[in-house]
Design a protein around this ligand. Sequence first.
Ligand code: NAD
Length: 257
Amino acid sequence: MFSLKDKVAIITGGASGIGLAMSQTFAQAGARVHILELNAGLAQQVADEINASGGRAHAHAVDVSNQAQVVEVINQIAAGGPISILINNAGISHIGTVETTTEADFDRVFTVNVKGAYNCLHATIPHLKATGGGVVLNMASIAATVGIPDRFAYSMTKGAVVSMTLSVAKDYLKHNIRCNCISPARVHTPFVDGFLAKNYPGQEAEMFSKLAATQPIGRMAKPAEVAGLALYLCSDEAGFITGCDYPIDGGFVRLNN
Ligand code: NAD
């Protein structure tokens, strides 16, 4: 296993789904994990479980779209020692075409998925610079580069995350800061379960199978599989990798023909 011994990792949305798997995997790899979460109760529960099993984790109640909250908590974490890793994972979905997406929907998805990542970068990069560098990992999606039906606003936000990754990677090469992103296809998380419960009540199992069948590999990814890639990209072994967007998609982008 790649080691993150004594690294300090900030993981937004780190209490559920992919973020939860990353919090657990990073703690197992030796990192001190700071979970920045809207769901403060769940974050505390996850941190307690990690600490009970010998890891080191802290829960922080934060809405990443609120810049003042983000600045306060990141400055507080930095005061305790150098930050090594920032993972911008918190995100929300939205179902809709350009016609059915309201202004409020548009603003909400951009405020969390794009401004939230910007807020965390804006607050963290000065600390990474001041302490000799670090790693940033952003959670994009294949929706950034492949047409996915009914994901007008969501797809645009993930396109922005890919662009944000390139911009940060370029600007901070000289400060020893690497920045990459991951683009999953379907990952079986509460994100997917919530979507099915809301949009297909009573047909969740059938629709789950249909969604899984759209992946060339025949199933959805497990959160731990995404966390494994994240662990590698944030480890010192990935020291030559920056400015990249990694698909983890069961062949969805290149083999779906
Ligand atoms: P999830 O809903 O299981 O977890 C997301 C977490 O983010 C939740 O714990 C939630 O409380 C937190 N969160 C939401 N808004 C927040 C805010 N404003 N401030 C702080 N925390 C907030 O979702 P997931 O499936 O694990 O997705 C994680 C990321 O991966 C998202 O960015 C999502 O777009 C991306 N992604 C997911 C899939 C998938 O199929 N699940 C595919 C591609 C990309």
